[in-house]
Design a protein around this ligand. Structure first.
Ligand code: SF4
Ligand code: SF4
Length: 154
C-alpha cells in the first residue's frame, strides 16, 4: 500500500489555501509559482482554484480518492506543509482538517490500520542484497500531495 495521501487528495479540493504574498516573491526567497496564485487581500495570496464554492487547487494532479499528487510539491505553500494526515505514520494525532476533508468527499477517516498497511508495505521493500530498506518512513518532503504533508488552509 502506498502513502494514504497518494490515493486521496481530498484536502487540496476542500479548503481555501491562503498564505502571505512573500511566499510567491522570488526576491524574498518565495518559491510558490506566482502564476498559480491570485490575490486574496492586501497581505495574502491564495492558490488558484481554492477560493471557490467547490475548491480544487490548480496544482493538484488527481482523481480524488484514486490517485493524487501535488504538481508543485517542492514549491508548495507553507500551509500545505503544516497539516499532517490523520494519525501520520500510525503514531501522530488526529488531524481535523484531514478528517473533515475526507468526510466531505465521502471517504472514511484514516485509521491506524491504514498506516499499518502502509508501513508494512514499506518494510517489505528490499534492496538487491536483501536488506530491508523501509523501516524508515519517507521524509516529509517525499509525501504527497502536500501535507507534511498536503493540507492547506488559511
Ligand atoms: S492529508 Fe488527509 S485529506 Fe489530505 S490527502 Fe492526505 S489523507 Fe487525504
Ligand atoms: S499541496 Fe497545496 S499547492 Fe499542492 S495541490 Fe495541494 S493545495 Fe495545491
Amino acid at each position: 500500500m502506498s502513502h494514504p495521501c497518494l490515493s486521496c487528495g481530498a484536502c487540496c479540493a476542500t479548503y481555501r489555501v491562503g498564505f502571505h504574498w512573500s511566499e510567491a516573491a522570488p526576491e524574498l526567497g518565495g518559491q510558490v509559482p506566482a502564476e498559480l496564485t491570485e490575490t486574496l487581500d492586501a497581505h495574502r495570496l491564495v492558490m488558484r482554484g481554492t477560493w471557490a464554492a467547490a475548491p480544487r487547487c490548480i496544482a493538484l494532479d488527481a482523481e480524488i480518492g484514486v490517485r493524487a499528487r501535488c504538481s508543485i510539491h517542492p514549491q508548495r505553500p507553507s500551509v500545505c506543509r503544516e497539516v499532517p494526515a490523520s494519525l501520520e505514520d500510525g503514531t501522530g494525532p488526529r488531524s481535523g482538517q484531514c478528517d473533515r476533508a475526507r468526510l466531505r468527499h465521502g471517504f472514511p477517516v484514516l485509521t491506524e490500520a491504514d498506516w499499518q498497511d502502509y508501513l508494512r508495505a514499506q518494510t517489505d521493500m528490499a534492496v538487491p542484497n536483501g536488506v530491508a530498506i523501509a523501516s524508515v518512513p519517507p521524509a516529509a518532503d517525499d509525501r504527497p500531495p502536500g501535507m507534511a504533508g498536503t493540507a492547506p488552509h488559511a
